[in-house]
Each structure stands twice: as structure tokens, then as C-alpha cells.
Design a protein around this ligand. Structure first.
Ligand code: PLP
Length: 368
């Protein structure tokens, strides 16, 4: 697969937060393989997940992700149904059994959801730190109120609703768990400090409804009595993620996305490109003389999701209408926050970000 980068004229500029823009070459390959996979006359959605045609897909998923993450052998990879949200409950169930205690860093929407779920399941789920009011930042790790007895410490590496991203993995004494749904594989990942990292696939790995878990296998209890096997990480590990029929098309798309990432130069190269795209957009917002507002402190600004407000909220429908007319789509902010948001995952072409930057400047000139 070649990384063509520039999308075909048919493809609109798409800044959606997920389900998100996918590389044209991945979609073209998928479209063709849905009809005829490797000359078999069978579509990739129509072959047995345990048969010889599909076996290399499963191997490629494992091998490519291990290679990209330079994953030590003690970590296992699980591919599971249901995207990211099931893990809000599965993490307390699987990792919180020893003491029933866990610490949460609540830095935005998704970590708040994960914390609320943990509170339903554990006797002692606590908030160890919260993001500050604007300018929004995560307090330094040394100031977190950490429980030395916690089964794990949980954080959300990139808050896709609020546009807050950790600059790097925090260092804590207890097992560290990260939701990386919205920035997985967008830069090199320091896996070593983590006990478990998970992500929904719909940003940088393809289709919705697939979740990937990278976990230190030593930490998984063998079985959890009274818990359905589909909720037990160790059961997925034992069955090599085929406890039941996987979503084979989502797996195949993830394998194509991993190949695309390798062709794009790997995580270091993507990190440079992603930084450049985000810098371009933040520069326009910061240089707008207050016409556009982003409340996140620069050190914690997300490279993946750039939420911003118009100083005059009455201009919002005009902005969205004119943006769509200019071919720039899915820029609405999250329903809980309003305003605007541009998502810049791996596949987002630099040309699209340049188009958006030009539109932002021109819109300000006309309406400022
Ligand atoms: C950081 C983060 N966590 C969790 C989720 C929830 O993902 P899902 O809809 O796959 O459950 C999202 C979705 O946008 C997200 O960005």
C-alpha cells in the first residue's frame, strides 16, 4: 500500500472526532477486498475467522502492533468487541479485585465517565487529581493525592472532548492504566510505565466497535468467579482474542491501518507530522486577537482534538454553514460543550489542516 496522503477530489475535508477520516488508500483496498480477497472470489467479510485465508490478518495485527510499540514480551495484546467504553467497567472488574481501591485522574469528559463507572463497581474509587479551571492543565504528578494501596492509577492520555493531552506518561508507584483511545499510535508510546493501555479503534485504527488492550499479563487474575467470561481479560488472552467470532472487517481494517502507519514512517514520523498540524491550527487561534478561544494551557493542548469557541457565539451557525460550503465538515464541538472542534488524527492530511487554517483566517477577516 502506498501512502498517497492527498485525498481524491471526491473526499471532503473531514474533521470529525470519530468515527473519523480514514486514508483513501485504506478505504480503496478495503472496498476491493470486500468483494474479492486475494483472488479467492470470497470477500474478506465472508471468510472464516479461523480459516487459512484470515490467519495472516490475525498474525499481522499482532506482529505489526508489537513492532510499532516495540512491545516487551510481558505485554499481551487483546482485541475485543465494543470500542472503549466497556473498559470503563472491565478495568475495575479485572484489576481492582485485590483491594477494591483505585485512583482516578479526572482531566475531562472521558475520565469522568470512567471514574463514575469505577465508583459503581469498587468500594474505594477515588479522584486523585482534577484538571484545573481555565487555563486548563493537569496538576503535577507530585501533587496528586495517591493511595499507596490502590490496585491501579487511571488516566486518560488524550481527552477528545476537552482537548487535553498529557505531554508524557506520568510516573506513579502503583500499576498505571491509560485510556489512549484518542491518541493511540499518534506518537511513540512509553509502554514501560503502564500496566494496561487501551483504545477504541475509531480514531487511528479504523472502524468503530473494536477495542485493543495492551496489558502486562502478570497482572491479570486467572479467572474472576461470578463474572461472565466475555468480561474476563484472561479469558480473551487464553483464546487469543477469539472467545467468539470477532468483527473480522474491523480487524482487517486495523491491520491495514497498521500497515499504513508503517508506510507513513512509523510513530516518530507521525509524531512530527501531527505536531506540525496541531501547531498550525493553534497558531491561527492564538493569533486571532481573541476572535477564537481555546482555554487549554499550551503544555496540555491536545495534538489530536482542537476544541475552540467563537468569542461571539451568535456566529456559530454562520461558521458551520460557511465551513461546509467551503468543503470543511464535522467541525461541531461535542454535544456537552458546544462550540467547535477540529480533530487531527494520523490520517488527517496536512493539506486539510492548511485549508482549515486559511478558512479560519478568512472567516475572522470577514466577521471580526
Ligand atoms: C478518550 C476516549 N475514551 C473513550 C471513548 C469512548 O469510545 P467508544 O464510543 O468506542 O466507547 C472516546 C470516544 O470518543 C474517547 O475519545
Amino acid at each position: 500500500m502506498t501512502a498517497r496522503g492527498v485525498s481524491s477530489p471526491l473526499r471532503a475535508r473531514n474533521f470529525g472526532p470519530g468515527p473519523a477520516y480514514l486514508p483513501t488508500e485504506v478505504l480503496e483496498r478495503l472496498a476491493s477486498d470486500l468483494l474479492d480477497y486475494q483472488g479467492s472470489g470470497l470477500g474478506v467479510a465472508e471468510i472464516s475467522h479461523r480459516g487459512p485465508l484470515f490467519a495472516p490478518v490475525r498474525e499481522a495485527l499482532e506482529d505489526r502492533l508489537r513492532r510499532l510499540l516495540a512491545l516487551p514480551a510481558r505485554y499481551a495484546i487483546l482485541w475485543m468487541h465494543g470500542g472503549a467504553t466497556p473498559h470503563f467497567g472491565l478495568i475495575p472488574l479485572n484489576l481492582g479485585r485485590r483491594r477494591g481501591r483505585a485512583d482516578y485522574v479526572v482531566s475531562g469528559h472521558w475520565s469522568a465517565c470512567a471514574y463514575e463507572e469505577a465508583r459503581r463497581l469498587l468500594p474505594e474509587a477515588r479522584v486523585a487529581a482534577r484538571a484545573s479551571k481555565p487555563p486548563v492543565a493537569v496538576p503535577p504528578t507530585a501533587s496528586w493525592s495517591l493511595d499507596p494501596e490502590a490496585d491501579y492509577v487511571y488516566y486518560t492520555d488524550n481527552e477528545s472532548v476537552d482537548g487535553i493531552e498529557f505531554p508524557g506518561a506520568p510516573r506513579v508507584a502503583r500499576p498505571l492504566v491509560a485510556d489512549m483511545t484518542a491518541n493511540f499510535l499518534s506518537r511513540p508510546i512509553e509502554i514501560g510505565p503502564h500496566a494496561l493501555v487501551y483504545a477504541g479503534a475509531q480514531k487511528n485504527l479504523g472502524l468503530t466497535g473494536l477495542g485493543v488492550v495492551v496489558v502486562d499479563r502478570e497482572l491479570l487474575p486467572e479467572d474472576l468467579p461470578g463474572v461472565p467470561r466475555t468480561d474476563v481479560y484472561a479469558a480473551h488472552l487464553a483464546e487469543r482474542s477469539m472467545l467468539n467470532t470477532p468483527n473480522t472487517v474491523a480487524w482487517y481494517t486495523a491491520a491495514l491501518m497498521l500497515e499504513w502507519i508503517e508506510h507513513a514512517g512509523g510513530l516518530e514520523a507521525l509524531a512530527v507530522r501531527n505536531r506540525r498540524k496541531a501547531d498550525r491550527l493553534y497558531a491561527v487561534l492564538d493569533g486571532s486577537g481573541g476572535f477564537y478561544l481555546n482555554e487549554v494551557s499550551p503544555a496540555y493542548r491536545s495534538r489530536m482534538n482542537v476544541p475552540f469557541q467563537l468569542a461571539d457565539p451568535a456566529l456559530l451557525p454562520v461558521f458551520l454553514r460557511e465551513a461546509a460550503a467551503a468543503g470543511l465538515h464535522q467541525l461541531e464541538g461535542h454535544r456537552s460543550r458546544g462550540g467547535l472542534r477540529a480533530s487531527l488524527y494520523n490520517a488527517q492530511p496536512e493539506e486539510a489542516v492548511a485549508d482549515l487554517a486559511r478558512f479560519l483566517e478568512e472567516f475572522r477577516r470577514r466577521h471580526g
